[in-house]
Design a protein around this ligand. Structure first.
Ligand code: BG6
Length: 619
């Protein structure tokens, strides 16, 4: 029996006056959950208070559209409700493990994202008091704790606060109760935001859930809790002090249509094709925050990047740019491995750069905390204002890619590379490693990014037309590169794995002869990336060695340079850039498109790849 079922989830709550929203409560919850679905989608559940004040809970395994009828969203009306989509991290999804979870009396419902680390002892204590549990989740201890303290004479809100005070671990919680019109909430580490409306208020895991109704947002900080009604919000800090919601409210520029697919087949396609705009917005926004970070880094003895997934690949490119351009020894670490590497030597002379588009990846957040405990200064690079990692860092730089709904990172990767390229050039100038004119050259190079990204989309269509069939038929592939090209190869391979489920492996091209080449047989797709003439010259021999073994060889390289390697079966040219770090941006776009089209051709949904979630807030 799997105990401690935890999950990465999407939670939503809404308190609304009748008629204040255009749809009924059930349709509002359905729409919000649809926009949270990328956070996880093994099972779905809702809870609401009916006209007689009774608590009603409906939940089921399955994706939201599979269970829409069973849950009966469209017939649900009312003034307060919760919703939850779950992505199980341990153990199979099941009806009884789906959220919301209730207390013995069935009058309190709770949804939760995170892990309650001390749930076993809490559960034993509650069972000894007579509480009966129906699921194996850690979450279910929360409604029973609230119930226990109500039994002891506390008000519902005091009981809720008392219950939360006993929890250890990570949580974003929302709770409703029979006869009540409030949604109680609490946050520690897992993301939670409030949407402020007229005649209604939302509580959710993140902003896209309710963005079509309101763009006035309050980010709930760790340790904070409170409740929302249709007309008021109470927010308390961990020490009980009331926080002014007005001072914390922010208007989010993301327009609702920005979150919708906008006519594209999938969010991933939309986000690949809007990279020129995302790059333009990001580059235009790089200013003071980069200069402040550069001053810190220019004085550093060493720089360590900590990141996961695509952010780790952007970090490889960023670390190489800082090392080569600014001569600052820099290394990229996978966040979940950081604890093994940082503990023994990191000091206050070092700077850690935490790259995380969501700003919520728990592995990266933990690495940030380790780095700070060891005295290092931490600079965050994120795409989400107010998210946990920037808040816990000393300085923050933001990309302005807009909401990325597709699970596989695309525009957040290229905008991260743009920001890190600019950061490296700024540090190089401060350290006297780059003259003013060299610095200006990189800045000019960056300014050309949006245009070259548009042209790279055409290169992507050419790559798809030449290579799609090979990849649709293949189970494996190699993505090979050197230097900056290796970071691109790793990102391209990850895309192909994430959405098309092709076992694409990225290697340093020079490593092929130390093993991987044994896998190559006739028809085996091998894709080569090169960001500069120096890299290309060295990759040329690898193209030969693979081709001589019957592999299908595909080279993606800057225009003009690519002509030097005519032996590849397919040569895809992208606009040429001066800086190899900046060159990575147009170079990766055809690889993103190849992975996307391979997934679609294979009949998969690139927005919801199996077993993956957009933000992993569980270790
Ligand atoms: C994974 C996502 O869960 O987390 C990837 O599927 C992402 O797309 C990785 O690159 C890291 O996420 P973040 O938000 O820390 O950049």
């Amino acid at each position: 029996m799997v105990r401690g079922l935890s999950a990465v989830c999407g939670i939503i709550g809404v308190a609304v006056e009748r008629g204040a929203l255009p749809e009924k409560l059930g349709d509002v919850l359905y729409g919000c959950l649809k926009r949270l679905e990328y956070r996880g989608y093994d099972s779905v559940g809702i809870a609401f208070i009916d006209d007689l004040g009774r608590l009603v809970v409906r939940k089921s395994v399955g994706k939201i559209d599979e269970v829409r009828e069973k849950i009966g969203f469209s017939e649900i009306d009312g003034v307060v409700g919760l919703g939850h989509t779950r992505w199980a991290t341990h153990g199979r999804p099941s009806d009884e493990n789906a959220h919301p979870h209730t207390d013995c009396s069935g009058t309190i419902a709770v949804v939760h994202n995170g892990i309650i680390e001390n749930f076993s002892e809490l559960r034993k204590w509650l069972e000894n008091l007579g509480h009966r549990f129906r699921s194996e989740t850690d979450t279910e201890v929360i409604p029973h704790l609230i119930e226990e303290f109500i039994r002891r004479g506390m008000s519902i809100y005091s009981a809720f606060k008392r219950a939360v005070s006993l929890l250890r671990g990570t949580y974003a919680i929302a709770a409703i109760y029979a006869g009540g019109r409030r949604i109680l909430f609490a946050r520690n580490t897992s993301p939670l935001v409030i949407g402020l409306g007229k005649g209604y208020n939302f509580i959710a895991s993140d902003i896209p859930a309710f963005l079509r109704y309101t763009n006035r947002v309050v980010v709930v900080h760790d340790g904070e809790l409170g409740y929302v009604t249709s007309s008021s919000v109470r927010l308390e800090a961990a020490d009980g002090k009331v926080v002014s919601v007005e001072t914390r409210a922010r208007v989010v520029e993301w327009s609702p249509e920005a979150v919708e697919k906008g006519g594209y087949r999938h969010f991933m396609e939309k986000e690949i094709l809007e990279q020129p705009q995302a790059l333009a917005q990001t580059i235009a926004g790089l200013g003071e925050e980069v200069r402040r970070a550069a001053e810190l880094i220019a004085r550093a003895e060493r720089v360590i990047f900590v990141a996961a997934g695509s952010s780790y690949h952007a970090s490889i490119i960023g670390a190489l740019a800082l090392t080569r351009l600014a001569k600052v020894p820099s290394v990229p670490l996978v966040s979940s491995e950081a604890r093994w590497w940082l503990g023994r030597w990191l000091s206050d002379r070092d700077v850690v750069i935490a790259v995380s588009q969501s700003g919520e990846t728990i592995d990266t957040l933990i690495a940030v905390r380790i780095a700070k405990d060891l005295g290092a200064k931490v600079v965050a690079l994120s795409n989400v204002l107010g998210s946990a990692i920037p808040r816990e860092s000393h300085l923050a730089i933001y990309t302005r890619a807009g909401p990325e709904i597709g699970v596989a990172a695309t525009k957040t990767f290229t905008t991260q590379v743009a920001a890190l390229s600019y950061l490296a050039a700024t540090v190089a100038k401060l350290r006297g490693e780059a003259s003013r004119s060299e610095y200006e050259a990189v800045v000019e190079d960056l300014r050309r990014c949006p245009i070259s990204a548009s042209l790279a989309i055409e290169s992507g269509r050419s790559l798809v037309s030449k290579a799609l069939d090979v990849f649709v038929r293949s189970r494996s592939a190699f993505y090979l590169g050197r230097g900056f090209g290796l970071g691109v190869a790793k990102e391209g391979a990850l895309k192909m794995k994430e959405v098309a489920y092709v076992h694409a492996e990225a290697y340093p091209a020079g490593e092929s002869k130390h093993g991987p080449i044994a896998l190559v047989e006739p028809g085996f797709p091998t894709l080569f990336c090169a960001c500069s003439s120096e890299e290309l010259e060295m990759v040329a021999s690898n193209v030969e060695e693979m081709k001589s073994r019957g592999a299908v060889t595909i080279l993606v390289a800057p225009r003009k340079l690519a002509e030097r390697v005519r032996s590849a079966d397919h040569v895809i040219e992208v606009p040429k850039h001066l800086s190899p770090a900046v060159q990575a941006i147009p170079l990766v776009i055809p690889l993103q498109m190849l992975a996307y089209e391979t997934a679609v051709a294979r009949g998969y949904d690139p927005d919801k790849p199996r077993n993956l979630a957009k933000t992993v807030t569980v270790i």
